[in-house]
Design a protein around this ligand. Structure first.
Ligand SMILES: NC(=O)C1=CN([C@@H]2O[C@H](COP(=O)(O)OP(=O)(O)OC[C@H]3O[C@@H](n4cnc5c(N)ncnc54)[C@H](O)[C@@H]3O)[C@@H](O)[C@H]2O)C=CC1
Ligand SMILES: CC(=O)C(=O)O
Length: 310
């Protein structure tokens, strides 16, 4: 499969690097309005390829995306220290008005994989601009937040994050909802396992994990200006599910007809991802407080998406 990446900055190039390291696609094409940057990133990534895979990595123009199975959209501006994701909306919506049409002109059958922030709203913008079915316009959503959640739970319990099954729901942003009530260590409820090993999930522990997940991006951006390795790996993980028709359960964002009391809003719940994009949703049973918080998150996103013209 050929994968296109529009936006060859930190996120786009990290996704390209992660994909090249996985070695699961034949071709990666990087496109950026800064052609020199795209070329430099492609060259650099291609020099890592001989160590692990045979993926061809080039820089190109939109025409070079012809035949792509997936196109990642990581173009636009990113947060400055202290800035929220939602503050990027108008600028990145303007970028998508140019980019989405260009991509579809040459790759009408591609699944669009959205990374640019605010990712849920950009997913809804891309869905509307493209006219594609929502299942084929997938935002990375809370895949990164779920990884952060699993990582912090795993650390607390002393088990691998891959053995923690836990999802962050709703917005990829400040209103996100950590799904504590559904979280599992292996097949055991988190609370039960934590008590068995004498490391209970006290209110303080939960609070500290919640803050660690919710504020991760702010802390990293303060420290090094941007986040990119985590989302790069997350995007590669979604491409793998599509390229290999894996039907993996991943928390990703698509326009969802109905969630809590909100209609037609893009946000994340666990969904099954395969060759045709999102194949089905796994709407979790939530505790009352989580259900209310998910409704608030959905309503906030809906209000913001209705505030922009596209
Ligand atoms: N979904 C997620 O979990 C995450 C999303 N992000 C978001 O990803 C986006 C990219 O972030 P970075 O790579 O750090 O930014 P960056 O500034 O390093 O890269 C953005 C690239 O987009 C290019 N670009 C801008 N307008 C363009 C256009 N019209 N056509 C083609 N290329 C264009 C720029 O030349 C630049 O190279 C941001 O919106 C950021 O907030 C960042 C981290 C995590
Ligand atoms: C920047 C961003 O969206 C993140 O790292 O979560």
């Amino acid at each position: 499969m050929k994968v296109g990446i529009v936006g060859a900055g930190m996120v786009g190039s990290s996704a390209g690097y992660a994909l090249a390291m996985l070695g699961i696609v034949s071709d990666i094409v990087l496109v950026d309005r800064n052609a020199a940057l795209a070329l430099a990133q492609a060259e650099d990534i291609s020099h890592a390829v001989p160590f692990v895979s045979a993926t061809t990595v080039i820089a190109g123009d939109y025409a070079d995306l012809t035949g792509a199975g997936v196109v990642i959209l990581a173009a636009g501006v990113s947060q400055k220290p202290g800035e929220t994701r939602l503050e990027l909306l108008e600028r990145n919506a303007a970028v998508f008005r140019d980019v989405v049409g260009e991509v579809l002109r040459v790759a009408p059958d591609a699944i669009l994989l959205i990374a640019s922030n605010p990712v849920d709203i950009m997913t809804q913008v891309a869905t509307r601009l493209s006219g594609l079915p929502p299942q084929r316009v997938i935002g990375s959503g809370t895949i990164l937040d779920s990884a952060r959640f699993r990582s912090l739970i795993g650390r607390h319990l002393g088990i691998s994050p891959q053995s923690v099954h836990a999802y962050v729901l709703g917005e990829h942003g400040d209103s996100e909802v950590l799904g504590w009530s559904n979280a599992r260590a292996g097949s055991v409820s988190l609370q039960s396992f934590a008590e068995q090993i004498g490391s209970p999930l006290t209110d303080d522990v939960r609070q500290s994990i919640d803050e660690g997940v919710r504020n991760a991006a702010y802390k990293i951006i303060n420290g090094k200006g941007a986040t990119y390795y985590g989302i790069g790996a997350g995007l590669a993980r979604i491409v793998k599910a599509i390229a290999q028709d894996q039907r993996d359960v991943l928390s990703v964002s698509i326009v969802t007809p109905h969630i809590v009391d909100v209609e037609d809003v893009a946000l994340s719940v666990p969904r099954i991802v395969g060759a045709d994009g999102v194949v089905a949703d796994l709407i979790p049973e939530l505790e009352a407080s989580e259900h209310t918080a998910l409704g608030r998150s959905a309503a906030l996103l809906k209000e913001r998406v209705e505030s922009i013209k596209f």
